[in-house]
Design a protein around this ligand. Structure first.
Ligand code: SOE
Length: 387
């Protein structure tokens, strides 16, 4: 990597799935966007020295560490990027904030609302910029949907309907990875993928006022396996452990703007690999989007000519669609990995131009409040108001 005088130096804590996505984003950002800052991949961190050594070489980092505290202590690191399991986020982020580092962390922000609030006060007290990696906000089609909604193109919102469907743990022999252990992940499908749907709803139509929900754990025991977050881990069925999180959650919600919401997040929807989708119905039209067809969006406008009404497809790959014009001519498509480039582009702009980008730790706290309210509602089988 050529050194430039506008470098901003990254220290990453973690190196697996999201470590790969974020490393790619730092490296590719200058290729497509004229950001005032150029990421310098200083150090990547992981407890497994052999594995993090490989990640360092493969992803192009200058150095590796096996102790995250050493990264926080370095004065040649400006940003700490946390891609480790959820139970580590608070300790690392608070230490990084106290060391004056800007922070980006994967979702969900924390394990509890209290932890999330401590993280927010640490970054605010220390005057560092912060972001939470709800990357789906940065899909060109989702950004364009927000523009249409904010312009009033679909008018008053009646319904927000979201499903986030995966199927990687239907096999009861899939091992007990960290995502299935409450003490490490905090919750299951709810916090891992439901959190994305809840964030997109807040981004697109506003704040929740109350929720009611129910959850299910379909497979209660699994083989103790490699403690990876990986989606294709292997296990040894001679030793079994208890699954302590939800496999699926169904939610009904009310929004402050009077809209009704229905949400589903599950890892047991066979045939759906990463189907993160929503449909929004308004007085003057509807919008629907599906991550498995991420470059397109379907719209319906009630004022289309008689006989010509119905959902139609928009290719969100043109200059007019946010971020899309940075890549290729209209009609050429981009992927999941590009959403991380857009989010990090916004983070670095916020640092360079001294504004607090979004989604940030405040969004993370609001998301955590929703996660806790949904769990409370499930336990008490009642509606819970969102304060
Ligand atoms: C696994 O469920 C996962 O990798 C989530 O953790 C990510 O946030 C989501 O983008 C894809 O699915």
């Amino acid at each position: 990597m050529t050194k430039r005088n506008n470098s901003i130096r990254i220290g990453m804590i973690g190196y697996q799935f999201m470590g790969k996505a974020h490393s790619h984003a730092y490296r590719d950002l200058p290729f497509y966007f004229d950001n005032p800052l150029t990421p310098e991949l200083k150090v990547i961190t992981g407890r497994n020295e052999d594995a993090v050594k490989v990640a360092k070489e493969k992803f192009g980092w200058e150095a590796y560490e096996t102790d995250w505290r050493k990264v926080i202590e370095r004065d040649d690191v400006d940003i700490v990027d946390i891609v480790t399991p959820n139970h580590t986020h608070a300790e690392i982020a608070i230490a990084a904030a106290e060391a004056g580092k800007h922070i980006i962390t994967e979702k969900p922000l924390a394990m509890t609302v209290d932890e999330a609030k401590q993280m927010l006060s640490a970054v605010e007290k220390n005057g560092v910029k912060h972001m939470i990696c709800h990357n789906y906000r940065f899909v060109p089609a989702v950004q364009f949907a927000k523009k249409l909604i904010d312009q009033g193109k679909i008018g008053r919102i009646f319904h927000y309907r979201a499903n986030y469907l995966q199927d990687f743990i239907i096999d009861p022999n899939f091992p007990l990875v960290w995502r299935l252990k409450k003490e490490i992940s905090g919750s299951g499908a709810l916090g891992d993928i439901g959190a994305h749907s809840l964030d997109l709803a807040r981004f697109l139509i506003g704040e929740f006022s109350e929720v009611t929900a129910t959850m299910e754990t379909f497979v209660k025991q699994r083989p103790i396996g490699e403690m990876t977050g990986g989606l294709s881990a292997k296990g040894d069925s001679s030793k079994m452990g208890e699954v302590t999180v939800d496999d699926a959650v169904a939610i009904i919600a009310r929004f402050e703007n009077g809209a009704l919401g229905t949400f589903e997040a599950t890892r047991f929807a066979g045939g759906n690999r990463n189907k993160n989708k929503f449909e929004i119905n308004g007085e003057k039209g509807s919008i629907r989007w599906d991550m498995e067809n991420m470059n397109n969006m379907e719209v319906y406008f009630a004022d289309d000519n008689e006989g010509e009404q119905g959902f139609r497809l928009i290719n969100c790959t043109e200059e007019v669609h946010p971020y899309a014009g940075a890549y290729w001519p209209a009609g050429h498509i981009i992927g999941y990995e590009h959403t991380f480039i857009h989010l990090i582009d916004e983070f670095l702009r916020g640092i360079a131009e001294d504004y607090q980008p979004a989604p940030n730790f405040e969004d993370g706290v609001r998301n955590q409040v929703l996660l806790e309210a949904i769990e409370k509602s499930t336990e008490e089988r009642s509606w819970v108001k969102i304060k």
